[in-house]
Design a protein around this ligand. Structure first.
Ligand code: SF4
Length: 257
């Protein structure tokens, strides 16, 4: 959904300017997104709600909703973004009870790739699990390509989208007989171009390995310098550890063909 975002404070009170925006949106047939940010709330709302940021965010959004509705404009989308995960969740939960407009969800200015991914996964994951949110934005101090990847991983983790490879792999473990961390990382990078949903298990030993490998579309289990390849539940062949990356990439590419 594309949209024109209205900022909270600067245009409040300048209804003639909002009317111009509304007329332009109607002319182009596009919605307007009311984007409230906890960092730029109106002064009176900050004073009224003091430490209760979620309520202040919601009231700010409701003010702008009423302005647009008074102009008979209802093609509205709302975002209530904050960098505090719990406050943002609370704000979206409150507004979801009040209005039926679509909600664009996100944890804004969430931080670096590592911390921002965790905050976004928590915030968006909880909201989406509760059925709140129609579109989303992951906001990271990182290459925007990573924002898209993290967004898809959140949706994949919640079974809301199926896209690209899903790698199942072991953590560090004393039983590992191959370098799972290196192999799983290399495999993920080599398969970034794959958009078809496919599960790949990279397992370090035969304790839990065969079960996971059989459940995946493609899987390998580690042995001493040798791995075993599984495809769609069937044991296929043994592969030397130094050849396993290239063979797995080839297998994935031929499977999606
Ligand atoms: S499959 Fe083997 S290596 Fe992997 S976590 Fe389980 S016991 Fe450890």
């Amino acid at each position: 959904m594309t949209g024109v975002q209205t900022c909270a404070l600067p245009i409040l009170g300048k209804k003639d300017k909002i009317k111009t925006v509304v007329e332009a949106a109607i002319g182009k047939g596009i919605p307007i997104r009311i984007g409230v940010n906890s960092g730029s709330l109106e002064k009176d709302l900050k004073k009224k709600y003091k430490s209760s940021i979620p309520e202040a965010m919601v009231e700010s959004a409701m003010r702008h909703i009423r302005i647009l509705e008074d102009m008979d404009f209802y093609d509205i989308k709302i975002s209530l973004k904050g960098s505090n995960v719990m406050e943002t969740i609370e704000a979206y939960k409150i507004i979801a009870e009040k209005v039926d407009y679509p909600l664009h969800i996100g944890i804004t200015e969430a931080g670096t790739l590592f911390t921002g991914t965790i905050k976004s996964s928590l915030g968006l994951g909880i909201l989406l699990y509760e059925g709140i949110g129609d579109t989303l934005r992951v906001s990271l101090s990182s290459d925007p390509v990573n924002e898209i990847r993290v967004g898809f991983e959140i949706l994949k983790g919640l079974n809301l989208r199926q896209r690209g490879v899903n790698i199942i792999s072991c953590p560090t473990c004393s039983r590992q007989e191959i370098d799972v961390i290196q192999l799983a990382g290399d495999l993920e990078k080599r398969l970034l171009h794959i958009t078809e949903p496919l599960s790949i298990a990279v397992m370090g030993c035969v304790v839990n390995g065969p079960g996971e490998a059989k459940n995946a579309d493609i899987g390998i289990t580690g042995g001493k310098g040798i791995t075993t390849l599984y495809k769609r539940g069937k044991k296929i062949k043994k592969i030397k550890e130094d050849k396993v990356l290239e063979i797995l990439v080839d297998e994935v590419e031929s499977m999606i063909k």
